[in-house]
Design a binder for this molecule. Structure first.
Ligand code: LLH
Ligand code: MG
Length: 386
């Protein structure tokens, strides 16, 4: 008899973090501190469990009770497309409660469950394309921290360290509010110039600038990046304005990449392609509602002869890269001179994206998404289970 979904639990637990998000949503280093994280577990009648780490605020008990449990309980967990579609259709009447992020977490748990059931990594289930992928170093945004990322020289020093660590590609996130004086096209150009001079021509460089520049500011910055031989130009303007991106991409030789944060899943990304708003497409499991729509986005881009670079780190995004070929890098970060990205947090036995000295990350051999969760730690530090 086919096993069906029997239980859906959200376990909130405490762990330690060394980064924090500012008022504008940008991540920065901080002193070690206790934080709450959560684990979503979907269990079937055979006892097979799919698990994914989630941010507690992004999957509320009301969404679990109102949408996730009614759609999933009693269903075949391998029917991911049917379950994802049912949840995605509910979003129309859910008035923002059932977000793409929440939908994505549920989709990831189902993919993990499928991998656990079959004893295969998710990237193999998706159709394995490569067992290792080069990473690019994605820096945190600029700040005002001494010895941090406060000046163009700080970026240059950090870039040299990143190349020494093995990275062959680096993406800068420059200064954004609430940092005083930010944003500044002149400062962005100074940082990009300092980094190019520090690492030389053999390292690929990208820029993810302030997301609210005007068209003319973005054009000025993009022209400077072309001169510096940068590889792509990311999110310099409000992504809801597709015509602004078409205007920008039409005038620059440097590839414009996007959209990263735009609402509308793979459907919006199709519009960006046909509008000529980008030269490289962008997707990510937290941006478009899970692995299921992210894979569609990647294949869509491929059919238009376009690369589609994956936004964000983590096992699910890594799985996408193991299953596709029309992209170049895994986004490893966010990195900063004052944080150790390789440190293992207390709720994991190991990080999923360890990188060798050549800048390469191996796809995980473990079944499912490949996260090496310390379930004992999570049990000992559980605050609530919904
Ligand atoms: O603001 C930040 O901290 C970054 O922009 C972050 O959103 C990052 O995920 C990103 O844009 N990467 O490409
Ligand atoms: Mg970005």
């Amino acid at each position: 008899m086919t096993a069906t979904i029997e239980r859906i639990e959200l376990t909130v637990f405490t762990t330690e973090a060394r980064t924090a998000v500012d008022a504008h949503g940008h991540r920065h280093p901080c002193a070690p501190r206790g934080v709450r994280e959560a684990l979503l577990t979907v269990t079937d009648t055979d006892g097979t469990a799919g698990r994914v780490l989630v941010q507690p605020d992004h999957l509320r008990p009301a969404v679990l009770d109102g949408h996730v449990r009614p759609v999933l309980l009693g269903q075949d967990p391998l029917d991911r497309t049917r379950l994802w579609t049912s949840l995605a259709r509910r979003q129309r009447g859910a008035h923002g409660g059932l977000t793409d992020r929440a939908l994505g977490f549920v989709d990831l748990a189902l993919w993990d469950l499928a991998g656990q059931r079959l004893g295969l990594p998710v990237w193999k289930l998706l159709g394995g394309a490569r067992s290792e992928v080069p990473a690019y170093a994605s820096t945190m945004c600029g700040d005002e921290v001494p010895g941090g990322l406060a000046t163009p020289a700080d970026y240059a020093d950090f870039a040299v360290q990143l190349v020494e660590r093995g990275y062959r590609a680096i993406k800068l996130h420059t200064w954004m509010p609430p940092v005083s004086g930010a944003p500044s096209v002149a400062l962005d150009i100074a940082a990009c110039t300092a980094v190019r001079e520090a690492v030389g021509p053999g390292v690929e460089l990208m820029l993810d600038a302030n997301h609210w520049y005007s068209r003319t500011e973005a054009l000025r910055l993009g022209r400077a990046l072309q001169e510096l031989d940068y590889y792509w130009f990311e999110e310099p303007m409000e992504e809801a304005s597709v015509s602004s991106y078409r205007w920008l991409a039409g005038q620059l030789d440097i590839p414009v990449i996007g959209p990263e944060t735009s609402w509308g899943k793979n459907f919006t990304r199709a519009e960006w392609i046909t509008s000529g708003a980008c030269d490289i497409l962008r997707t990510g499991t937290t941006d478009v509602g899970g692995i299921t729509p992210a894979v569609r986005t990647l294949h869509l881009a491929e059919a238009f002869g376009m690369d589609c670079e994956v936004h964000g780190n983590g096992s699910a995004n890594l799985s996408l890269l193991g299953a596709t070929t029309n992209n170049r890098w895994y986004e490893r970060g966010l990195l900063h001179p004052h944080t150790d990205f390789d440190a293992v947090p207390p709720h994991l036995h190991a990080i999923v994206d360890a990188m060798d000295e050549h800048g390469t990350v191996r796809l995980p051999d473990r079944p499912g998404l490949g996260d090496h969760l310390d379930l004992d730690h999570i049990k000992r530090h559980t605050i609530t289970t919904d």
